[in-house]
Write a protein that binds this ligand. Structure first.
Ligand code: TPP
Ligand code: MG
Length: 553
Protein backbone atom coordinates (compact mmCIF):
# COMPACT_ATOMS: atom_id res chain seq x y z
CA UNK A 1 0.00 0.00 0.00
CA UNK A 2 0.96 3.61 -0.45
CA UNK A 3 0.34 6.44 2.03
CA UNK A 4 1.62 9.91 2.77
CA UNK A 5 3.38 10.81 6.01
CA UNK A 6 0.30 12.71 7.18
CA UNK A 7 -1.94 9.71 6.42
CA UNK A 8 0.43 7.45 8.34
CA UNK A 9 0.25 9.75 11.38
CA UNK A 10 -3.55 10.00 11.41
CA UNK A 11 -4.11 6.31 10.70
CA UNK A 12 -1.74 5.24 13.48
CA UNK A 13 -3.35 7.65 15.96
CA UNK A 14 -6.75 6.18 15.08
CA UNK A 15 -5.34 2.67 15.48
CA UNK A 16 -3.93 3.65 18.88
CA UNK A 17 -7.46 4.65 19.95
CA UNK A 18 -6.84 8.37 20.22
CA UNK A 19 -10.27 10.05 20.29
CA UNK A 20 -9.44 13.71 20.90
CA UNK A 21 -6.54 15.86 19.71
CA UNK A 22 -6.09 19.50 20.69
CA UNK A 23 -4.05 21.80 18.50
CA UNK A 24 -3.69 24.78 16.22
CA UNK A 25 -2.88 24.58 12.49
CA UNK A 26 -0.29 26.61 10.59
CA UNK A 27 1.60 26.36 7.32
CA UNK A 28 4.03 23.68 8.56
CA UNK A 29 1.30 21.22 9.65
CA UNK A 30 -1.51 21.93 7.18
CA UNK A 31 -0.91 18.67 5.26
CA UNK A 32 -1.59 16.85 8.54
CA UNK A 33 -4.77 18.86 9.10
CA UNK A 34 -5.96 18.03 5.57
CA UNK A 35 -5.95 14.35 6.54
CA UNK A 36 -7.53 15.12 9.92
CA UNK A 37 -10.47 16.59 8.01
CA UNK A 38 -11.67 13.07 7.18
CA UNK A 39 -10.65 11.38 10.45
CA UNK A 40 -13.01 10.16 13.15
CA UNK A 41 -10.69 11.73 15.72
CA UNK A 42 -12.28 14.84 17.24
CA UNK A 43 -10.06 17.89 16.86
CA UNK A 44 -10.30 20.60 19.50
CA UNK A 45 -9.12 23.97 18.30
CA UNK A 46 -7.29 25.57 21.22
CA UNK A 47 -6.70 29.33 21.19
CA UNK A 48 -3.02 29.19 22.15
CA UNK A 49 -0.73 26.16 21.78
CA UNK A 50 0.02 26.12 25.51
CA UNK A 51 -3.73 25.62 25.90
CA UNK A 52 -3.57 22.67 23.49
CA UNK A 53 -0.72 21.11 25.48
CA UNK A 54 -2.66 21.43 28.72
CA UNK A 55 -5.87 20.11 27.16
CA UNK A 56 -3.83 17.01 26.25
CA UNK A 57 -2.53 16.92 29.81
CA UNK A 58 -6.09 17.13 31.17
CA UNK A 59 -6.99 14.06 29.13
CA UNK A 60 -3.84 12.17 30.15
CA UNK A 61 -3.88 13.13 33.84
CA UNK A 62 -7.56 12.28 34.30
CA UNK A 63 -7.54 8.97 32.39
CA UNK A 64 -3.95 7.73 32.73
CA UNK A 65 -3.88 7.27 28.95
CA UNK A 66 -1.46 8.95 26.57
CA UNK A 67 -2.93 12.05 24.91
CA UNK A 68 -1.93 13.94 21.78
CA UNK A 69 -1.57 17.58 20.73
CA UNK A 70 -0.59 19.33 17.50
CA UNK A 71 1.27 22.58 16.85
CA UNK A 72 2.83 24.18 13.83
CA UNK A 73 6.55 25.03 13.57
CA UNK A 74 8.24 28.09 15.10
CA UNK A 75 5.89 30.00 17.42
CA UNK A 76 3.45 27.10 17.54
CA UNK A 77 6.17 24.82 18.88
CA UNK A 78 7.63 27.40 21.29
CA UNK A 79 4.16 28.11 22.70
CA UNK A 80 3.86 24.42 23.47
CA UNK A 81 7.13 24.21 25.44
CA UNK A 82 5.73 25.09 28.87
CA UNK A 83 3.04 22.41 28.68
CA UNK A 84 5.65 19.84 27.61
CA UNK A 85 8.05 20.80 30.41
CA UNK A 86 5.15 20.63 32.86
CA UNK A 87 4.33 17.09 31.67
CA UNK A 88 7.98 16.09 32.10
CA UNK A 89 8.17 17.20 35.72
CA UNK A 90 4.87 15.52 36.65
CA UNK A 91 5.45 12.36 34.54
CA UNK A 92 2.43 12.85 32.26
CA UNK A 93 2.27 10.80 29.04
CA UNK A 94 1.65 13.05 26.06
CA UNK A 95 2.84 12.83 22.45
CA UNK A 96 3.16 16.21 20.72
CA UNK A 97 3.35 16.39 16.93
CA UNK A 98 4.97 19.62 15.73
CA UNK A 99 5.13 20.77 12.14
CA UNK A 100 8.57 21.72 10.83
CA UNK A 101 9.74 23.60 7.75
CA UNK A 102 10.59 21.44 4.72
CA UNK A 103 13.71 19.29 5.11
CA UNK A 104 15.54 21.28 2.39
CA UNK A 105 15.00 24.50 4.38
CA UNK A 106 16.14 23.24 7.80
CA UNK A 107 19.07 25.31 9.01
CA UNK A 108 18.39 28.30 6.74
CA UNK A 109 16.37 30.44 9.20
CA UNK A 110 13.37 29.77 7.03
CA UNK A 111 10.02 31.37 7.84
CA UNK A 112 8.81 29.97 11.19
CA UNK A 113 11.83 27.72 11.52
CA UNK A 114 12.95 26.90 15.03
CA UNK A 115 15.02 23.95 16.24
CA UNK A 116 12.15 22.18 18.00
CA UNK A 117 14.22 19.02 18.36
CA UNK A 118 17.03 20.91 20.10
CA UNK A 119 14.65 22.94 22.26
CA UNK A 120 12.77 19.91 23.51
CA UNK A 121 15.72 17.63 24.35
CA UNK A 122 15.88 18.72 28.01
CA UNK A 123 12.10 18.83 28.58
CA UNK A 124 10.97 15.54 27.04
CA UNK A 125 11.42 11.91 27.93
CA UNK A 126 12.44 11.46 24.30
CA UNK A 127 12.09 13.32 21.01
CA UNK A 128 12.25 12.59 17.29
CA UNK A 129 12.81 14.50 14.06
CA UNK A 130 11.23 12.46 11.25
CA UNK A 131 13.37 12.40 8.11
CA UNK A 132 11.00 10.39 5.93
CA UNK A 133 7.41 9.19 5.82
CA UNK A 134 8.63 5.61 6.18
CA UNK A 135 10.40 6.45 9.46
CA UNK A 136 7.04 7.45 10.97
CA UNK A 137 5.98 3.79 10.85
CA UNK A 138 8.55 2.97 13.51
CA UNK A 139 8.75 6.34 15.29
CA UNK A 140 5.06 6.56 16.23
CA UNK A 141 4.68 3.16 18.02
CA UNK A 142 8.06 3.80 19.69
CA UNK A 143 6.95 7.28 20.83
CA UNK A 144 3.85 5.88 22.53
CA UNK A 145 5.81 3.03 24.12
CA UNK A 146 8.28 5.53 25.58
CA UNK A 147 5.57 7.98 26.74
CA UNK A 148 3.64 5.35 28.66
CA UNK A 149 6.19 2.79 29.82
CA UNK A 150 8.02 2.86 33.15
CA UNK A 151 7.83 6.41 34.46
CA UNK A 152 5.53 8.14 31.94
CA UNK A 153 6.49 11.39 30.23
CA UNK A 154 6.16 13.61 27.17
CA UNK A 155 7.50 12.76 23.71
CA UNK A 156 7.81 15.16 20.77
CA UNK A 157 7.72 14.14 17.11
CA UNK A 158 8.84 16.96 14.81
CA UNK A 159 7.60 16.36 11.26
CA UNK A 160 8.85 18.52 8.36
CA UNK A 161 6.18 19.63 5.92
CA UNK A 162 7.61 17.60 2.99
CA UNK A 163 7.66 14.45 5.16
CA UNK A 164 3.91 14.93 5.75
CA UNK A 165 3.21 14.97 2.00
CA UNK A 166 5.83 12.38 0.98
CA UNK A 167 4.27 9.10 -0.23
CA UNK A 168 5.74 5.82 0.90
CA UNK A 169 5.10 2.17 0.03
CA UNK A 170 4.88 -0.47 2.73
CA UNK A 171 3.32 -3.89 3.28
CA UNK A 172 1.56 -3.69 6.65
CA UNK A 173 0.66 -1.22 9.40
CA UNK A 174 2.92 -1.53 12.44
CA UNK A 175 1.55 -2.66 15.80
CA UNK A 176 1.69 -0.73 19.05
CA UNK A 177 3.51 -2.55 21.80
CA UNK A 178 4.13 -2.23 25.52
CA UNK A 179 7.15 -2.73 27.67
CA UNK A 180 6.73 -6.26 28.90
CA UNK A 181 10.04 -6.65 30.66
CA UNK A 182 10.10 -5.70 34.32
CA UNK A 183 13.04 -5.22 36.62
CA UNK A 184 13.52 -8.38 38.69
CA UNK A 185 13.10 -7.72 42.38
CA UNK A 186 16.07 -8.88 44.41
CA UNK A 187 14.73 -11.37 46.97
CA UNK A 188 17.40 -10.68 49.57
CA UNK A 189 16.60 -6.91 49.46
CA UNK A 190 12.91 -7.75 49.77
CA UNK A 191 13.59 -9.91 52.83
CA UNK A 192 15.77 -7.19 54.33
CA UNK A 193 12.97 -4.66 53.85
CA UNK A 194 10.47 -7.00 55.55
CA UNK A 195 12.93 -7.44 58.43
CA UNK A 196 13.39 -3.65 58.69
CA UNK A 197 9.62 -3.14 58.90
CA UNK A 198 9.34 -5.88 61.52
CA UNK A 199 12.04 -4.32 63.70
CA UNK A 200 10.93 -0.71 63.27
CA UNK A 201 9.33 0.97 66.27
CA UNK A 202 8.08 4.08 64.47
CA UNK A 203 7.66 3.42 60.74
CA UNK A 204 5.96 5.81 58.36
CA UNK A 205 5.05 5.52 54.67
CA UNK A 206 5.49 8.51 52.34
CA UNK A 207 3.90 7.93 48.96
CA UNK A 208 3.77 9.98 45.79
CA UNK A 209 2.04 9.87 42.42
CA UNK A 210 3.79 6.56 41.71
CA UNK A 211 1.04 4.84 43.72
CA UNK A 212 -1.56 6.28 41.34
CA UNK A 213 0.46 5.52 38.20
CA UNK A 214 0.93 1.89 39.23
CA UNK A 215 -2.71 1.55 40.33
CA UNK A 216 -1.60 0.17 43.68
CA UNK A 217 -3.80 2.21 46.03
CA UNK A 218 -5.48 -0.83 47.59
CA UNK A 219 -2.18 -2.72 47.99
CA UNK A 220 -0.74 0.32 49.76
CA UNK A 221 -3.71 0.36 52.11
CA UNK A 222 -3.30 -3.37 52.80
CA UNK A 223 0.34 -2.87 53.75
CA UNK A 224 -0.45 0.10 56.00
CA UNK A 225 -3.38 -1.63 57.72
CA UNK A 226 -1.69 -4.99 58.19
CA UNK A 227 1.25 -3.49 60.04
CA UNK A 228 -0.36 -0.24 61.31
CA UNK A 229 1.94 2.14 59.49
CA UNK A 230 0.82 5.77 59.20
CA UNK A 231 0.51 7.16 55.67
CA UNK A 232 1.75 10.52 54.41
CA UNK A 233 1.03 11.79 50.88
CA UNK A 234 2.84 14.18 48.57
CA UNK A 235 0.67 16.78 46.82
CA UNK A 236 0.59 14.66 43.67
CA UNK A 237 -0.37 11.57 45.66
CA UNK A 238 -3.57 13.21 46.98
CA UNK A 239 -6.67 11.15 46.26
CA UNK A 240 -4.94 7.77 46.44
CA UNK A 241 -6.07 7.24 50.05
CA UNK A 242 -9.36 8.42 51.54
CA UNK A 243 -8.48 11.33 53.84
CA UNK A 244 -10.83 10.02 56.56
CA UNK A 245 -8.73 6.86 57.02
CA UNK A 246 -7.44 6.54 60.59
CA UNK A 247 -3.83 5.97 59.45
CA UNK A 248 -3.80 8.92 57.03
CA UNK A 249 -1.79 11.97 58.08
CA UNK A 250 -2.30 14.15 55.01
CA UNK A 251 0.32 15.92 52.97
CA UNK A 252 3.91 16.62 53.97
CA UNK A 253 6.13 19.55 53.08
CA UNK A 254 5.86 23.30 52.65
CA UNK A 255 2.08 23.47 53.13
CA UNK A 256 1.60 20.02 54.57
CA UNK A 257 0.20 19.16 57.96
CA UNK A 258 2.30 20.06 60.95
CA UNK A 259 1.70 16.60 62.41
CA UNK A 260 2.91 14.81 59.28
CA UNK A 261 6.03 16.99 59.13
CA UNK A 262 6.74 16.46 62.84
CA UNK A 263 6.04 12.72 62.88
CA UNK A 264 8.34 12.11 59.91
CA UNK A 265 11.13 13.52 62.05
CA UNK A 266 10.20 11.10 64.86
CA UNK A 267 10.10 8.06 62.59
CA UNK A 268 12.82 5.42 62.77
CA UNK A 269 11.87 3.99 59.38
CA UNK A 270 10.67 5.92 56.32
CA UNK A 271 9.24 3.82 53.49
CA UNK A 272 9.27 6.06 50.41
CA UNK A 273 7.03 4.71 47.65
CA UNK A 274 6.96 6.47 44.28
CA UNK A 275 8.12 9.63 46.06
CA UNK A 276 11.04 11.55 44.56
CA UNK A 277 12.12 13.60 47.60
CA UNK A 278 11.14 16.86 45.88
CA UNK A 279 12.38 19.93 47.78
CA UNK A 280 8.86 21.32 48.33
CA UNK A 281 8.11 18.06 50.17
CA UNK A 282 11.37 17.55 52.07
CA UNK A 283 12.23 21.11 53.08
CA UNK A 284 15.95 21.34 53.90
CA UNK A 285 17.05 17.90 52.76
CA UNK A 286 19.94 17.58 55.21
CA UNK A 287 17.41 17.89 58.04
CA UNK A 288 14.78 15.60 56.50
CA UNK A 289 14.01 12.37 58.41
CA UNK A 290 17.44 12.44 60.00
CA UNK A 291 16.66 9.74 62.56
CA UNK A 292 15.19 7.31 60.07
CA UNK A 293 16.42 4.37 58.12
CA UNK A 294 15.19 4.95 54.54
CA UNK A 295 13.66 2.43 52.17
CA UNK A 296 13.08 3.80 48.68
CA UNK A 297 11.08 2.06 45.94
CA UNK A 298 10.70 3.80 42.59
CA UNK A 299 10.16 2.83 38.97
CA UNK A 300 12.75 5.37 37.87
CA UNK A 301 16.25 4.20 38.78
CA UNK A 302 17.54 7.77 38.41
CA UNK A 303 15.45 8.84 41.42
CA UNK A 304 17.10 6.38 43.79
CA UNK A 305 19.84 8.08 45.84
CA UNK A 306 19.42 11.25 43.71
CA UNK A 307 18.45 13.60 46.54
CA UNK A 308 18.49 11.47 49.68
CA UNK A 309 20.58 8.35 50.12
CA UNK A 310 18.51 5.32 51.02
CA UNK A 311 19.58 2.36 53.16
CA UNK A 312 17.66 -0.13 51.07
CA UNK A 313 16.19 0.47 47.64
CA UNK A 314 14.32 -1.33 44.93
CA UNK A 315 13.91 -0.13 41.36
CA UNK A 316 10.53 -1.57 40.37
CA UNK A 317 6.90 -0.95 39.59
CA UNK A 318 5.20 -0.35 42.95
CA UNK A 319 2.45 -2.85 42.25
CA UNK A 320 4.99 -5.62 41.74
CA UNK A 321 6.89 -4.55 44.85
CA UNK A 322 3.78 -4.36 47.04
CA UNK A 323 2.48 -7.71 45.85
CA UNK A 324 5.84 -9.26 46.69
CA UNK A 325 6.32 -7.66 50.10
CA UNK A 326 2.79 -8.11 51.50
CA UNK A 327 3.09 -11.87 52.28
CA UNK A 328 6.39 -11.19 54.08
CA UNK A 329 4.86 -8.65 56.48
CA UNK A 330 3.50 -9.72 59.86
CA UNK A 331 0.48 -8.10 61.45
CA UNK A 332 1.40 -5.63 64.18
CA UNK A 333 -0.84 -3.25 66.09
CA UNK A 334 1.98 -0.83 67.03
CA UNK A 335 -0.04 0.47 69.94
CA UNK A 336 2.58 2.87 71.32
CA UNK A 337 3.47 4.47 67.98
CA UNK A 338 -0.14 4.85 66.90
CA UNK A 339 -0.92 6.48 70.24
CA UNK A 340 1.94 8.96 69.70
CA UNK A 341 0.68 9.60 66.16
CA UNK A 342 -2.85 10.30 67.38
CA UNK A 343 -1.64 12.56 70.17
CA UNK A 344 0.53 14.55 67.75
CA UNK A 345 -2.40 14.89 65.37
CA UNK A 346 -4.59 16.22 68.18
CA UNK A 347 -1.93 18.68 69.35
CA UNK A 348 -1.43 20.30 65.93
CA UNK A 349 -4.75 20.76 64.12
CA UNK A 350 -4.10 21.47 60.43
CA UNK A 351 -5.68 24.93 60.42
CA UNK A 352 -8.11 27.11 62.29
CA UNK A 353 -11.74 26.89 61.27
CA UNK A 354 -12.90 30.24 59.81
CA UNK A 355 -15.50 32.16 61.81
CA UNK A 356 -19.14 32.01 60.74
CA UNK A 357 -19.18 35.63 59.57
CA UNK A 358 -16.16 35.01 57.31
CA UNK A 359 -18.27 34.04 54.27
CA UNK A 360 -15.50 34.39 51.70
CA UNK A 361 -12.78 32.64 53.66
CA UNK A 362 -11.07 30.39 51.08
CA UNK A 363 -11.31 27.31 53.31
CA UNK A 364 -15.04 27.89 53.79
CA UNK A 365 -15.58 28.24 50.03
CA UNK A 366 -13.67 24.99 49.41
CA UNK A 367 -15.82 23.22 52.02
CA UNK A 368 -18.97 24.58 50.36
CA UNK A 369 -17.85 23.37 46.95
CA UNK A 370 -16.91 19.91 48.23
CA UNK A 371 -20.31 19.62 49.91
CA UNK A 372 -22.28 20.54 46.78
CA UNK A 373 -20.60 18.79 43.86
CA UNK A 374 -20.93 15.09 42.95
CA UNK A 375 -18.43 12.65 44.52
CA UNK A 376 -16.71 11.95 41.20
CA UNK A 377 -16.02 15.63 40.39
CA UNK A 378 -12.55 16.30 38.95
CA UNK A 379 -10.75 19.29 40.43
CA UNK A 380 -8.09 21.31 38.61
CA UNK A 381 -6.20 24.29 39.99
CA UNK A 382 -3.90 27.01 38.84
CA UNK A 383 -0.84 27.93 40.87
CA UNK A 384 -0.72 30.09 43.96
CA UNK A 385 -2.42 30.39 47.33
CA UNK A 386 -5.70 29.06 45.93
CA UNK A 387 -3.88 25.88 44.80
CA UNK A 388 -2.39 25.32 48.25
CA UNK A 389 -5.73 25.90 50.01
CA UNK A 390 -7.36 23.35 47.71
CA UNK A 391 -4.56 20.80 48.24
CA UNK A 392 -4.88 21.27 51.99
CA UNK A 393 -8.64 21.36 52.38
CA UNK A 394 -10.46 19.57 49.56
CA UNK A 395 -11.31 15.96 50.52
CA UNK A 396 -9.87 14.07 47.52
CA UNK A 397 -11.16 10.52 47.77
CA UNK A 398 -10.20 9.07 44.41
CA UNK A 399 -7.03 8.90 42.35
CA UNK A 400 -6.91 11.27 39.36
CA UNK A 401 -9.56 13.54 40.88
CA UNK A 402 -6.99 16.29 41.60
CA UNK A 403 -5.14 17.67 38.59
CA UNK A 404 -2.54 20.25 39.55
CA UNK A 405 0.83 21.42 38.30
CA UNK A 406 3.13 20.02 40.98
CA UNK A 407 6.67 19.99 39.62
CA UNK A 408 6.71 23.01 37.32
CA UNK A 409 4.06 25.03 39.20
CA UNK A 410 2.69 26.54 36.01
CA UNK A 411 0.26 29.45 36.30
CA UNK A 412 -2.28 29.05 33.48
CA UNK A 413 -2.56 25.28 33.97
CA UNK A 414 -6.06 25.16 35.43
CA UNK A 415 -8.49 26.21 32.68
CA UNK A 416 -7.12 24.24 29.67
CA UNK A 417 -6.43 21.17 31.83
CA UNK A 418 -10.06 21.33 32.98
CA UNK A 419 -11.16 21.32 29.32
CA UNK A 420 -9.17 18.16 28.58
CA UNK A 421 -10.48 16.46 31.73
CA UNK A 422 -14.08 17.36 30.90
CA UNK A 423 -13.85 16.23 27.27
CA UNK A 424 -12.30 12.90 28.25
CA UNK A 425 -14.82 12.30 31.06
CA UNK A 426 -18.20 13.26 29.63
CA UNK A 427 -20.85 13.05 32.32
CA UNK A 428 -18.50 14.12 35.10
CA UNK A 429 -18.28 17.62 36.49
CA UNK A 430 -14.96 19.48 36.45
CA UNK A 431 -14.25 22.37 38.80
CA UNK A 432 -11.26 24.65 38.20
CA UNK A 433 -10.03 26.72 41.15
CA UNK A 434 -8.08 29.60 39.68
CA UNK A 435 -6.42 32.80 40.86
CA UNK A 436 -6.74 36.24 39.28
CA UNK A 437 -3.08 36.15 38.23
CA UNK A 438 -3.07 32.61 36.83
CA UNK A 439 -6.42 32.98 35.08
CA UNK A 440 -5.10 35.82 32.93
CA UNK A 441 -2.37 33.50 31.60
CA UNK A 442 -4.70 31.16 29.67
CA UNK A 443 -8.17 32.68 29.83
CA UNK A 444 -8.34 32.72 26.01
CA UNK A 445 -9.36 29.07 26.37
CA UNK A 446 -12.78 30.28 27.56
CA UNK A 447 -13.44 30.58 23.82
CA UNK A 448 -12.70 26.84 23.49
CA UNK A 449 -15.06 26.24 26.43
CA UNK A 450 -17.81 28.32 24.81
CA UNK A 451 -17.43 26.22 21.67
CA UNK A 452 -17.28 22.76 23.28
CA UNK A 453 -19.64 23.48 26.21
CA UNK A 454 -18.00 21.05 28.66
CA UNK A 455 -19.38 20.79 32.20
CA UNK A 456 -16.75 23.08 33.77
CA UNK A 457 -17.17 25.49 36.65
CA UNK A 458 -14.37 28.04 37.03
CA UNK A 459 -14.08 29.45 40.55
CA UNK A 460 -11.92 32.54 40.54
CA UNK A 461 -10.31 33.23 43.94
CA UNK A 462 -9.96 36.94 43.27
CA UNK A 463 -7.65 38.65 45.77
CA UNK A 464 -6.37 41.31 43.38
CA UNK A 465 -2.83 40.08 43.94
CA UNK A 466 -0.27 37.48 43.06
CA UNK A 467 -1.14 36.15 46.48
CA UNK A 468 1.58 33.58 47.03
CA UNK A 469 4.22 36.13 46.02
CA UNK A 470 2.69 38.77 48.30
CA UNK A 471 2.69 36.25 51.14
CA UNK A 472 6.41 35.53 50.68
CA UNK A 473 7.18 39.26 50.53
CA UNK A 474 5.27 39.76 53.78
CA UNK A 475 6.92 36.89 55.61
CA UNK A 476 10.43 36.68 54.17
CA UNK A 477 11.23 39.94 52.30
CA UNK A 478 10.60 42.58 55.00
CA UNK A 479 7.19 43.48 53.54
CA UNK A 480 8.89 45.06 50.51
CA UNK A 481 5.85 44.61 48.32
CA UNK A 482 6.74 44.97 44.67
CA UNK A 483 5.05 43.63 41.54
CA UNK A 484 2.61 41.53 43.53
CA UNK A 485 -0.44 43.78 43.51
CA UNK A 486 -2.70 44.46 40.54
CA UNK A 487 -3.75 48.11 40.29
CA UNK A 488 -5.98 47.58 37.26
CA UNK A 489 -8.42 44.81 37.95
CA UNK A 490 -10.44 43.54 35.01
CA UNK A 491 -14.13 42.83 35.43
CA UNK A 492 -13.69 39.07 35.11
CA UNK A 493 -17.42 38.35 35.26
CA UNK A 494 -18.05 40.61 32.32
CA UNK A 495 -15.14 39.08 30.41
CA UNK A 496 -16.48 35.56 31.01
CA UNK A 497 -19.89 36.69 29.75
CA UNK A 498 -18.17 38.23 26.75
CA UNK A 499 -16.75 34.82 25.92
CA UNK A 500 -20.26 33.37 26.15
CA UNK A 501 -20.14 31.76 29.59
CA UNK A 502 -22.78 32.01 32.28
CA UNK A 503 -21.12 34.11 34.98
CA UNK A 504 -21.77 35.11 38.60
CA UNK A 505 -20.05 37.65 40.80
CA UNK A 506 -20.39 36.65 44.45
CA UNK A 507 -19.23 40.10 45.59
CA UNK A 508 -22.52 41.47 44.24
CA UNK A 509 -24.81 38.81 45.69
CA UNK A 510 -26.98 39.25 48.74
CA UNK A 511 -26.69 35.59 49.62
CA UNK A 512 -23.40 34.53 48.04
CA UNK A 513 -23.26 30.99 49.44
CA UNK A 514 -26.73 30.27 48.11
CA UNK A 515 -25.77 31.62 44.68
CA UNK A 516 -22.60 29.50 44.76
CA UNK A 517 -24.65 26.44 45.57
CA UNK A 518 -27.14 27.12 42.76
CA UNK A 519 -24.35 27.81 40.27
CA UNK A 520 -22.64 24.52 41.19
CA UNK A 521 -25.83 22.67 40.33
CA UNK A 522 -25.67 23.83 36.70
CA UNK A 523 -24.22 21.33 34.23
CA UNK A 524 -22.82 23.80 31.72
CA UNK A 525 -19.81 26.14 31.57
CA UNK A 526 -20.01 28.54 34.50
CA UNK A 527 -17.67 31.23 35.77
CA UNK A 528 -17.87 32.44 39.38
CA UNK A 529 -15.91 35.41 40.73
CA UNK A 530 -15.22 35.10 44.47
CA UNK A 531 -13.72 38.02 46.40
CA UNK A 532 -10.90 36.85 48.69
CA UNK A 533 -9.27 39.12 51.27
CA UNK A 534 -5.80 39.93 49.92
CA UNK A 535 -4.19 39.75 53.37
CA UNK A 536 -5.22 36.11 53.80
CA UNK A 537 -2.14 33.85 54.03
CA UNK A 538 -1.77 30.10 53.45
CA UNK A 539 -0.81 28.62 56.78
CA UNK A 540 0.91 26.55 58.06
CA UNK A 541 4.04 27.04 56.00
CA UNK A 542 7.67 25.93 56.01
CA UNK A 543 9.90 28.88 55.03
CA UNK A 544 11.59 28.17 51.68
CA UNK A 545 14.86 26.29 52.23
CA UNK A 546 14.15 25.63 55.92
CA UNK A 547 13.68 22.31 57.69
CA UNK A 548 10.09 21.01 57.75
CA UNK A 549 10.02 21.01 61.55
CA UNK A 550 10.44 24.81 61.59
CA UNK A 551 6.93 25.18 60.17
CA UNK A 552 5.20 28.53 60.84
CA UNK A 553 1.55 29.01 61.80
C1 TPP B 1 4.09 31.01 34.69
C2 TPP B 1 4.42 31.40 36.08
N1 TPP B 1 4.95 32.62 36.34
C3 TPP B 1 5.25 32.97 37.61
C4 TPP B 1 5.05 32.11 38.65
C5 TPP B 1 5.42 32.52 40.08
N2 TPP B 1 4.20 32.55 40.92
C6 TPP B 1 3.85 31.54 41.73
S1 TPP B 1 2.40 31.79 42.51
C7 TPP B 1 2.21 33.29 41.81
C8 TPP B 1 1.00 34.12 42.11
C9 TPP B 1 -0.25 33.53 41.56
O1 TPP B 1 -1.27 34.48 41.65
P1 TPP B 1 -2.79 34.07 41.52
O2 TPP B 1 -2.98 33.21 40.33
O3 TPP B 1 -3.62 35.28 41.61
O4 TPP B 1 -3.00 33.12 42.77
P2 TPP B 1 -3.07 33.50 44.35
O5 TPP B 1 -1.73 33.19 44.93
O6 TPP B 1 -3.41 34.95 44.46
O7 TPP B 1 -4.14 32.61 44.89
C10 TPP B 1 3.31 33.60 40.98
C11 TPP B 1 3.48 34.86 40.22
C12 TPP B 1 4.54 30.82 38.33
N3 TPP B 1 4.34 29.90 39.25
N4 TPP B 1 4.21 30.51 37.06
MG1 MG C 1 -4.52 36.18 43.20
Amino acid sequence: MKHSGAEIIVHLLEKKGIEIIAGIPGSANLPLYKVMHDSKIKHILARQEQGAGFIAQGIARSTGKTAVCFATSGPGATNLLTAIADAKLDSVPIVAFTGQVATSLIGTDAFQEIDTYGLTIPITKHNFLAHSAKELLSIIPEAFRIAESGRPGPVVIDVPRDVQVQECEFDAWPDFYENTTHEKIDISTLNAIAENIKNAKRPIIIYGAGIIESKSESLLLQLAEKNNIPLVSTMRGLGAIDPSHHLYLGMLGMHGTKYANNLIEEADLVIALGFRFDDRATGKVAEFCKKAHIIHVDIDKAEINKIKASNLSINADLKIFLEAILPLINPDNREKWIQQVNETRDTFPYFETPGNDDVFHPLRIIDEVAAHVPEDTIITTDVGQHQMWVAMKYPFRKSRSFLTSGGLGTMGFGVPTAIGAALANRGRKVVCFSGDGSFLMNMQEMATIAEQKPNITILLFNNGTLGLVRQQQELFYDKKYIASQFYALPDFTMIARGFGLKAFDLSKEENPLQTLQQALELNEPVFINIPINFTENVMPMVPPGAANKTMLG
